[in-house]
Design a protein around this ligand. Structure first.
Ligand code: SAM
Length: 237
């Protein structure tokens, strides 16, 4: 299903190593995604080379910029069909990954992949802004990730409350997100985050991507995250 040579070529260029076992797990995941997508819509990307580049290589690029210590706890916010969280877990089964989404059907798909490859993960069927106020999840994670979920100021309010002091929020964005970044400075200050690195890179020729690493430098005040209506009506500036 996946284009193995293409994936190895791109990840090698990024300096990201993948094992053959990990590749087998990615391929099983891609196959299940392709099949399940015939019954309900999980992704618009179904052509094998596109899937290889736009889903798998793209998600693996986080390993270029983030250092995940063995056993680190990660929450993937708005994971959908598992991007990037499931790719990260399949590459690094030692990590403790929580998959959060407001849509149960997508999470059921992730469960089916986990069971097929024989790995464990935590499924969390909640809205981010609710789970972020739950003591079970608040400030409990070393990392939060998000790809294609919301604008950066909104994402900061969704994701930063989950992270422990000293942990990081990894935001996967298009290269053209300068406006979002500049409009996030107030949100970062309010929520206790600071941009540690802002990395624009060529995933493949003519496809620029961006990974912003936000470090948690102080506790998030208890009034955040606010209820969703307030976040969308009045995003933190
Ligand atoms: N991250 C995946 C990817 O890159 O393919 C999915 C992206 S999809 C466009 C956005 C996902 O975020 C959807 O599955 C949606 O249900 C979820 N989502 C959006 N806002 C959310 C929120 N406040 N809480 C939980 N899930 C949310």
């Amino acid at each position: 299903m996946l284009n193995r040579d293409l994936l190895y070529k791109i990840t090698e260029n990024m300096g990201v190593k993948i094992t053959d076992d990990a590749f087998k797990r990615f391929d099983t995941y891609a196959e299940l995604l392709f099949e399940t997508n015939k019954q309900f819509n999980l992704t618009a990307i179904t052509e094998p080379d596109d899937m290889t580049v736009k889903h798998f290589a793209d998600c693996l690029s986080v390993f270029k910029y983030a250092d995940f210590k063995e056993g680190a706890r990660l929450i993937d916010v708005g994971t959908g069909a598992g991007f990037p969280g499931l790719v990260i877990l399949l590459a690094r089964p030692d990590l403790d990954v929580t998959f959060l989404d407001g849509t149960g059907k997508k999470l059921a798909f992730i469960e089916s992949v986990l069971s097929e490859v024989g790995l464990n993960g935590h499924i969390l069927h909640r809205r981010a802004e609710e789970a972020g106020n739950d003591p079970l999840y608040r400030e409990k994670f070393d990392f939060a990730t998000a790809r294609a979920v919301a604008s950066l100021p909104v994402l900061c309010e969704y994701c930063i409350p989950f992270i422990k002091n000293g942990g990081s929020f990894i935001s996967m964005k298009s290269a053209f997100s300068d406006d979002e970044i500049s409009s996030s400075s107030g949100a970062l200050r309010t929520l206790g985050g600071k941009i540690e690195s802002d990395n624009v890179f060529d995933l493949v020729e003519n496809t620029k991507r961006r990974i912003i690493i936000i470090k948690k430098i102080s506790q998030t005040p208890p009034k955040y995250p606010r209820p969703s209506a307030k976040i969308s009506k009045n995003p933190l500036g």
